[in-house]
Ligand binder design. Structure first.
Ligand code: SF4
Length: 56
């Protein structure tokens, strides 16, 4: 079963919140490929998924 999500994709941009000068990850982010769109880290990977650790 394919468990990949946007969180481990190189096109995923994590969003953070700042509380008293400390940054914390939140569940939300966005994707920049092939166009900018809202995603969260648990979104199921799409056909454009590219593993962060494997370049292209
Ligand atoms: S390319 Fe697909 S898998 Fe990768 S962040 Fe965007 S929507 Fe998620």
């Amino acid at each position: 079963m394919d468990e990949k999500t946007c969180e481990s994709c190189k096109h995923y941009i994590q969003h953070y919140i700042r509380i008293e000068n400390k940054y914390s990850e939140i569940a939300l982010g966005h994707c920049v490929y092939p166009r900018v769109k809202s995603r969260d880290r648990d979104t199921k990977a799409c056909e454009h998924y590219t593993d962060k650790g494997h370049g292209k």
